[in-house]
Ligand binder design. Structure first.
Ligand code: 5CA
Ligand code: ZN
Length: 409
């Protein structure tokens, strides 16, 4: 599928810094030193509803990852999927009397518009689950040959015990895994499984549901984790730099994906860092399509909110924290945007080199966007109080905010 258009990323004076980022698997920060091409996989949406602020916050975190890398003059090879066939999508289409493909297409289109408005850098490869099926089938067949997969009725399951590293992404105990597996698309209580946690790789065709030719697997559709693995291995290969998503994906999704990939290739690890964004809540509960407590990016845009203010609202929270969306968060961001725009629209100002370095340092240190905002705020305050004579400073500030924070002033 096609992605969305890229906005320009201006080059900045001086030297970018290597990204140090918290890795869920080691529970510690790691300094990533990608080659000339950094490799990033971020899990995409399941397109059955519009982009909400939780999605936007997660994609914002990984947009910052790219911007820090681009500032070090690396290229970024970024891959994202669209889970355009899965239970929740089929269920929503059924509930609303819609054709599931039309629903997926419509919501993916809106996601692209939202991402473009927010100036999120697009993936180089944007791949739907459906288009990935021809690549998924041989992987499942291979796992079967390796004895890492087994059939149950006509479905095919992955055996978590086939990966000696299983559990090393999320570090949860068996009881917690079982609970999360039941909550997040697994079926731990299905009789006949070797281990209750074993996830489905291939679901045999069900009456009234879409299915595809699966070669020796028979007709059916892919499981969720193998979808992302097939796409990541196809476009990035093993040992890529960052596997990203919200914290609700650490288990089972990223744990299972890592195990699939590690067993398939015999290599370890799948990714050098597993990076997870915190959950955005509304009225005290995680924003989620299934609960319906949502603030949509498109709704705010329709109400006339400047997408740049939405970005600033996202940056005001550290990506790893769980936080609550409120009207005040947005009001603060709107006010900040206005002040920043006024400050950079003057023809000169106080020198900005320190600010560039402070923004760089903040982002390179586990994407500390709130600290980056504070550094810009300090320059803006100096501009408001005393001004300055440096004719290049306003331009340097606006290019820094554009290149590193994705905000066009
Ligand atoms: N298609 C799968 C990934 S392969 C999926 O999880 N789709 S999703 O539409 O449910 O979520 C898309 C991304 O948004 C995921 O990274 C998820 O972790 C993140 N996300 C979902 N809800 C929130 C939330 N309330 N706060 C922060 N991030 C969220
Ligand atoms: Zn995924």
């Amino acid at each position: 599928m096609h992605a969305w258009p890229a906005s320009e990323v201006p080059a900045l004076p001086g030297q970018g810094r290597d990204l140090r980022i918290h890795d869920t698997a080691t529970g510690a920060p790691v300094t990533l030193q990608p080659g000339p091409v950094a490799r990033l996989y971020v899990c995409g949406i399941t397109p059955y509803d519009a982009t909400h602020m939780g999605h936007a916050a997660t994609y914002n975190a990984f947009d910052l990852v790219q911007r820090v890398w681009l500032d070090t003059k690396r290229q970024v090879h970024y891959v994202q999927n669209v889970t355009d066939v899965d239970d929740p999508l089929l269920e929503r289409a059924e509930r609303d009397g819609l054709d599931w493909t039309a629903l997926a297409e419509q919501e993916t289109k809106l996601f692209r518009e939202d991402m473009t408005a927010l100036r999120m850098l697009p993936p180089r490869h944007y791949i739907g689950a459906v288009e990935a099926i021809p690549g998924i089938v041989p992987l499942v067949e291979r796992l079967r040959e390796l004895g890492a997969a087994y059939d149950l009725e006509r479905d095919v399951y992955f055996s978590v015990e086939s990966d000696p590293h299983f559990g090393e992404v999320s570090h949860l105990d068996a009881a917690a895994m079982r609970l999360l597996s039941a909550e997040r698309g697994g079926d731990p209580d299905r009789p006949g499984k070797k281990n209750p946690l074993d996830p489905m790789l291939w679901m045999a065709a069900r009456e009234g549901e879409p299915s595809w030719d699966g070669g020796s697997l028979g007709r059916g559709r892919p499981g969720w984790h193998i979808e992302c693995v097939a796409i990541a291995l196809d476009h990035l290969g093993m040992g890529f730099d960052v596997q990203g998503g919200g914290s609700d994906l650490a288990f089972p999704h990223h744990e299972m994906g890592a195990s699939h990939a590690q067993v398939l290739t015999g290599e370890f690890p799948m990714a050098k860092a597993y990076v997870h964004a915190g959950m955005v809540a509304l009225d005290g509960e995680k924003m989620s399509k299934s609960k319906g407590n949502l603030v949509f990016v498109s709704r705010l845009r329709r109400d006339g909110v400047d997408p740049a203010a939405i970005r600033l609202a996202l940056h005001a929270h550290h990506y790893r924290s769980d936080w609550e969306w409120t009207d005040q968060v947005l009001r603060d961001a709107v006010a900040r945007l206005e002040r920043w725009r006024a400050a950079v629209s003057r023809p000169d100002g106080p020198a900005a080199e320190d600010m560039v370095e402070a923004v760089r340092a903040a982002l390179a240190d586990d994407l500390n966007a709130p600290e980056a905002l504070a550094a810009v705020d300090r320059w803006v305050a100096r501009q408001e109080e005393a001004g300055g004579t440096d004719g290049s400073a306003p331009g340097v500030v606006s290019r820094t905010v554009d290149a590193l924070l994705g905000v066009a002033l």
